[in-house]
Design a protein around this ligand. Sequence first.
Ligand SMILES: Cc1cc2nc3c(=O)[nH]c(=O)nc-3n(C[C@H](O)[C@H](O)[C@H](O)COP(=O)(O)O)c2cc1C
Ligand SMILES: [Mn+2]
Length: 510
Amino acid sequence: MLPAGKQRESYPRPIPEHFFSFRSRAKISAMAFRDLRDFINELERRGWLKRVRAEVSPELEISEVYDRVVKRAGPALLFEKVRGSRFPVLVNAFGSNQRMALALGSESLEQVAGRFLELANTPIPEGVLDKARLLPRLYELAKIPPRTVNQAPCQEVVVKEPDLSILPALKCWPGDGGKFLTLPIVLTKSPKTGTRNLGMYRMHIYDSRTTGMHWHWHKGGAQHYREAEETGKRLPVAVALGGPPALVYASTAPVPEGIDEYLFAGFLQGEPVEIVKAKTVELEVPAGAEFILEGYVEPGERRLEGPFGDHTGYYSLADHYPVFHLTALTHRKDAIYPATVVGRPPMEDCFFGKATERIFLVALKKLFPEIVDLNLPLEGIFHNYAFVSIDKRYPGHAYRIMYSLWGMGQMMFTKWIVVFDKEVNVQDISEVLWRLGNNIDPGRDIIFVKGPADVLDHAAPLTGLGTKVGIDATRKWKEEGFEREWPEEIKMSDEVKAMVIRRWKEYGID
Ligand SMILES: Cc1cc2nc3c(=O)[nH]c(=O)nc-3n(C[C@H](O)[C@H](O)[C@H](O)COP(=O)(O)O)c2cc1C
Ligand SMILES: [Mn+2]
């Protein structure tokens, strides 16, 4: 189905040490895709996208085809003929580390992280020479803010009677409460400060003009809505389907509150995101999007949302959420509908998570230089497990790292944090289990703490509030009360290894 060797899946590796030196040669510039079709063309050129010409149903059939493809690390899929709609459906465009890196304008997630580090390492200029050296960097930085345009592809067609049923929205799983928009970029502005937020929150389609608005308590959109409810005013909302792939990613990233995801996407792709005034709301939408939904969310209104087969691999139960009302629908002439399906991992959303792990590790390492590496394994769907290795410097250091991580943005949801010594490769689950089993005394090395849980955590005693586990799997020191001797790890001597390699043929084994 693919040219051999074209689409090999690989786990992200730790960012190479040289990225952390000032003289790093890592490229700061990136290639930018202005929109989804730009990205699709490049995917196709690389043999990373497959067109499906057979007619398919948006109800369950696309899900099942996609699930089989994503589970074997297969290509992006463009379903050209979807029953009931004239628009093709794109799924799995971001479904591998390589495709995700490409979406962010790089060849690997390590390279993306390296660019982020370059930015973080930008020195404050002291002399003329420093300033001169910074010029190319400043030129790059100037390209971060969005650029306003007057005419935009996303507004080529303004639908007279806006109607969501023209979209080939998917019913993903048999128990789902209906059809959902699964890759929507939801844009709002703070009624108090005017700051923008773009977040990805799925939308349950109720009828031709209304959907659910599934932003969890902790998210940017929910905060803007809270502010709107305080003043009793409607919250204008715009939703983009498609757009620059870096923006699709940025809307899923744990960008700190108050920082505009347009800026983050502009940085990632090394080009400003082009934006245009929406038709019926005071918001600026991505010019390169495929579809734009405009509307509002009414204060005080709630409606049952879900159930929905979620990325935990379980259905999230129906619950009450705000309601989105559609006032305008615009799209490209030949629009492509972007979607994903979440479910038991690995699924496409896992690669959004891996990109976040690699990129935000750079920021974590800036704050906590003792952190060596971090693995949020796919099976833990990013909020269940964090395996972290540190350069342990003082007694109790592992605990400091646990509490710090629980205090960092969406890492507050992490249910299990396990801290290892620096030599442990936390990307290798076999090694993680081996070290974990050997190096802890459960009674001494495990702590339970209370904190916010992911809304999707169905085991927590209350929605959004639960228990967390911290495990200190580092070697225990005398200063930590460990009076016994800690044994050496078994390793063969280098001389013997070299000798055996030299003599290997003589043994006649291979
Ligand atoms: C495919 C996909 C679907 C998502 N659906 C939701 C959702 O329905 N509700 C939600 O609160 N977060 C959802 N998320 C996670 C948010 O996008 C993520 O937490 C993001 O950082 C939120 O941005 P914000 O901090 O600007 O609110 C989803 C993520 C992905 C990748
Ligand atoms: Mn945000």
